[in-house]
Design a protein around this ligand. Structure first.
Ligand SMILES: [Zn+2]
Length: 195
């Protein structure tokens, strides 16, 4: 079975075995993402492209008007978001987005990496090139949230009772906070021409 198939079977088993204790914050995130997905699918370009096109079109207004500015501090003060499970370093785009937001917020990337990130992750991360993609704060934020969503949906982050439980809960909670602002913003858009 391909890796993603195996992980999805594991995720499904995990959910079936413990559905009564599934943390509300995870459930909230899934609903948030589903609703956001129903909007960005209009770009008809796949998940990541849809999210990034949304950010390109609405990111500046979303950042200025919404309460979204309050969210990234917590998200960027915890360990860098990696690509998948454990000590994997971030995707280069996620690294760029993280450094972009930290710089904006006056948080020193090297300090967080040195003090908070796991050693193996930090070592691999420091060799990563930047991949410029996000050019507004909201799109940087959404690139990171998209990565968290991938890690979750592919079953990598479904450890809500393991050693990474607290960090995972925090990541999912922050992501939900971002998506809540995104949905509030979308709800103010004129429906005509957007369907
Ligand atoms: Zn780091």
């Amino acid at each position: 079975m391909p890796n993603s198939g195996r992980m999805s079977v594991e995720s499904i088993r995990y959910w079936l075995n413990d559905r009564d204790h599934y943390p509300p914050v995870y459930n909230r995130f899934f609903v948030h993402w589903m609703l956001f997905n129903s909007y960005y699918s209009k770009y008809e370009d796949g998940d990541k492209e849809g999210v990034m096109k949304f950010a390109e079109e609405h990111g500046d207004t979303l950042w200025e008007k919404g309460q979204i500015q309050a969210v990234p501090k917590e998200l960027t003060e915890i360990e860098c978001v990696g690509k998948g499970k454990g000590e994997n370093p971030p995707h280069p785009e996620v690294k760029s987005a993280t450094v972009f937001l930290r710089t904006l917020l006056g948080i020193e990337h090297d300090r967080i990496c040195l003090q908070v990130c796991r050693e193996a992750k930090r070592r691999k991360c420091s060799n990563l090139r930047f991949a410029k993609r996000a050019d507004n704060p909201a799109s940087a934020l959404l690139r990171i949230v998209y990565q968290i969503r991938c890690n979750l949906f592919h079953g990598d982050k479904l450890e809500y009772d393991g050693p990474e439980a607290q960090r995972n809960m925090s990541l999912v909670n922050c992501s939900s906070g971002v998506l809540d602002e995104v949905l509030k913003y979308i709800s103010t858009l004129e429906p005509r021409g957007t369907e």
